[in-house]
Design a protein around this ligand. Structure first.
Ligand code: UTP
Length: 468
């Protein structure tokens, strides 16, 4: 141990991080071993660069200039559905959920995918996706494997949830979970690394863009290749209305003139100039997603002749990637995605006082990779315009916007439309929102047509509920 400790001391001195050993004398054998292992594996080159840039207030990744609006297309701009259905029926499509986030805004005690999301049965997010997969497998008579990226912080809890729920009726061998990587957190003032507890360096998941490395490292990518998967349908864990397998999107990805069939995305119309969503744009002919904070206000406000926003194609973080594309990006010729910095509030361990200090202000810089940074790696990348109200009901916050309350209203509104299309009378409030709780499970219907032949009530009472 003493030899190993001496080497680590040297390493820490060289990187100006000796304070990380402050707890050494009070750690037991296992604690010491854990700390040395953690220190040895840190990405020290990146640590130096980030530390210096924080100390010298250097901006990271300046946003691109010369932005143009992107090309987008609608679901009826081609015979997309039939084309996509063929690809799904061929067994070439897999689902992929990024579920490694910490969900701090939601404040749920468990992985976000275990959150009860639907308006009546309170079905967890993971169960909704699993049922969609079962419905698609039944329709096409194929296996659709499901890859789930967890993080070291929630991997065990996510696996336990699936086992406790018998994988929601899916075959266990067709679900593969793998944890993403982590990155150390930096003191926002000094740029130094920090402790999260006695002898534990503060680290956090490396962003949804960590998916690329995690897929390659875990063997998930090789598993996809061995199963003949060519298209990965990727989505975030917190949108109960996401279409896990969308034939129309797959067909567009495979056949649209703007698609290289490497990576495609879905968009919805941005609601107003200051809505905090990433937007698609084109730079030097390539498609990018620009974070809302990086879009200059004059461009955010710019309008087309018809009054719509010029940069109004908002990303809902739903993408398709081709497996060969991901293999290329993660292979020897690929270059890693850039790091983005996020200023967050996080408790820190004070070794001198022996206490955990809760900050009153954001105090930590975390490093994350964003999955949408793969888009400009493709020469051409297509974007499918979709209806927000049909596909996007995110659960990000405990209350207010993008909360369970807004999400469940959007879900009820959508099912209200489906039911009205079948002649059911649906109560609505003055604003036109559905005044009832409505839920249609994926195994009952994946789209309005699937309701044909079902016995439906004539009407739903105001304030009532209907579960199908
Ligand atoms: P968010 O950006 O909403 O972050 O993630 P979050 O961690 O879930 O929630 P907050 O910001 O702490 O409240 C969007 C999607 O990306 C995944 C999340 O699980 C979610 O599906 N994600 C995020 C990862 O898989 N890994 C990460 O490191 C970050």
């Amino acid at each position: 141990m003493s030899n190993r400790l001496a080497k680590i001391r040297e390493l820490l001195d060289a990187h100006e991080q000796s304070h990380l050993l402050a707890d050494w004398d009070r750690l037991d054998e296992a604690g010491r071993d854990g700390l040395l292992n953690q220190l040895q594996l840190l990405p020290w080159e990146t640590v130096d660069v980030v530390r210096d840039s924080i100390r010298h207030r250097v901006e990271s990744n300046p946003p691109p200039s010369d932005l143009e609006p992107p090309h987008t297309c609608g679901p009826t701009d081609g015979d997309f559905f039939a084309r996509g259905a063929e690809v799904v029926a061929d067994g070439r499509v897999a689902a992929f959920t990024v579920a490694g986030g910490q969900g701090t805004r939601l404040g749920w005690n468990g992985p976000k995918g275990t959150y009860p999301a639907t308006p009546i049965s309170g079905k967890p997010l993971f169960a909704i996706f699993a049922e969609q997969l079962r419905a698609a497998q039944r329709r096409y008579g194929v296996i659709i494997p499901w890859y789930i990226m967890t993080s070291p912080l929630n991997d065990a809890a996510t696996r336990a949830f699936f086992l406790d729920n018998k994988c929601f009726g899916l075959h266990r061998s067709n679900i593969m979970m793998f944890p993403q990587g982590t990155m150390p957190s930096f003191d926002a003032r000094t740029g130094d690394l920090m402790l999260a507890g006695p002898g534990v360096v503060a680290e956090s998941p490396d962003g949804h863009g960590g998916a690329l490395d995690a897929m390659a490292r875990s063997g998930a990518l090789a598993d996809m290749e061995s199963r003949g998967i060519t298209v990965v349908s990727a989505f975030q864990v917190d949108n109960p209305l996401v279409r896990v397998i969308d034939e129309c999107f797959v067909g567009m990805h495979e056949s649209n003139e703007h698609s290289s069939a490497e990576v495609s995305s879905k968009m919805v119309a941005k609601e107003h100039p200051t809505e905090p969503v990433g937007v698609f744009c084109r730079v030097d002919g390539r498609t990018h997603v620009l974070e809302y904070s990086d879009l200059p206000p004059e461009l955010a406000d710019a309008r087309n002749e018809d009054g719509s926003l010029r940069f109004g194609a908002a990303s809902i973080a739903v993408h398709l990637y081709s497996v060969p594309f991901v293999s290329r990006l993660t292979g020897p010729e690929g270059t890693p995605l850039p790091w983005h910095r996020a200023l967050k509030k996080s408790p820190r361990w004070d070794p001198a006082a022996g206490t955990l200090v809760e900050p009153s202000e954001p105090n930590v810089i975390k490093l994350e990779r964003f999955i949408f940074d793969i888009i400009p790696r493709a020469e051409r990348s297509a974007i499918l315009g979709t209806e927000r109200a049909h596909e996007f009901a995110p659960i990000k916050n405990a209350t207010g916007s993008d909360s369970i309350r807004t999400s469940q209203q959007i879900q009820s509104d959508l099912y209200g439309e489906w039911l009205e299309g079948r002649g059911v009378e649906i109560p609505r409030d003055e604003a036109g929102r559905v005044d009832a709780r409505l839920e249609i499970g994926p195994l009952t219907a994946m789209r309005p047509d699937d309701l044909a032949g079902l016995e439906l009530p004539r009407a739903v009472e105001p304030g009532g509920s209907l579960l199908l």
